[in-house]
Design a protein around this ligand. Structure first.
Ligand SMILES: [Fe+2]
Length: 284
């Protein structure tokens, strides 16, 4: 049995929700720097995995597996070895059908019982209600020596007999290596890695953040998210103004044509234009 260093929860600048400054390739480069063997890019509601990225990662000794952090009935769920079909999953019922069609995927509950601000999108009680859909529960990097935010997740994992997968929920590269999993598998294939995790053949590797790091990370995400929304709002408003400027009916009468035709029929009007029997009018 071999040991593989695995990171299955990481965001990049391709993420449509969070404001992140590093690219997919930056993440792969940093993962290679930390000697990861297996990696999944799990952006919100979008599969960013491509064959080109897979080859790029392979060139650095990393098995890149497709992934996503999908919003399902308002809750975040991470799916690894995901197909593009996952993007259309909206509800737990959809996820159930997806799981039946894609039994080789790995579905886990990220930060399920973390406090605000993450709790808004965390599974909470919905994890209990839909536990049959989950292969594992996340041990999240978001914890400190004194704030043991993973304690309830750990208790639930034991109660439901599910393995815990440690991840970095990475948004900034400098924290990539704080929390990850070591998976024991016979070889580095998608199937072997995912099967080993489902069987619980993995170890949690984590170090607590200090309070300032945690507060800084959370604050940074919230501020950047606010700025991103503000930016989108300003540019949307500008776009709307342009529509008003150029498309409003009050300018309808500024420029038009007077056509001299024998009758108001399609044939009569078009023929008159073709003969040049019209005058352009422009109001001041
Ligand atoms: Fe995440």
């Amino acid at each position: 049995m071999n040991k593989y260093k695995v990171q299955f929860h990481a965001h990049t600048g391709s993420d449509p929700s969070d404001c992140i400054f590093h690219s997919d390739k930056d993440l792969i480069d940093r993962a290679a720097h930390h000697n990861y063997d297996v990696l999944a890019i799990t952006c919100h509601d979008k599969v960013v995995h491509t064959e080109e990225l897979k080859e790029y990662a392979a060139g650095k000794g990393i098995l890149l597996i497709s992934g996503i952090e999908k919003t399902v009935s308002g809750n975040h769920v991470v799916i690894v070895n995901a197909t593009m079909e996952i993007e259309s999953v909206k509800t737990f019922k959809d996820l159930e059908i997806y799981k039946q069609k894609n039994p080789d995927s790995l579905i886990f509950a990220p930060h399920p019982y973390h406090p605000l601000p993450i709790s808004v999108v965390s599974l909470g009680k919905n994890l209990d209600k839909n536990i049959h859909l989950f292969d594992a529960i996340e041990w999240s990097c978001f914890h400190t020596k004194h704030f043991k935010f993973n304690a309830k997740a750990q208790k639930k994992a034991a109660e439901f007999g599910l393995p815990m997968i440690a991840t970095g929920d990475n948004h900034a590269l400098r924290y990539l290596d704080y929390t990850y999993s070591i998976v024991n598998a016979p070889s580095k294939t998608v199937k072997n890695i995912i099967n080993a995790i489902k069987k619980g053949d993995l170890e949690i590797k984590t170090r607590p953040m200090n309070f300032m790091m945690l507060a800084g990370m959370t604050g940074r995400l919230l501020v950047l998210e606010y700025l991103r929304k503000l930016y989108k709002f300003i540019f949307r408003t500008k776009a709307q103004k342009k529509t008003v400027e150029f498309g409003t009916p009050k300018y309808l009468d500024h420029t038009y044509s007077i056509i001299r035709a024998t009758s108001k029929t399609v044939h009569g009007i078009i023929n008159a234009v073709k003969r040049g029997e019209f005058r352009s009018k422009q109001s001041q």
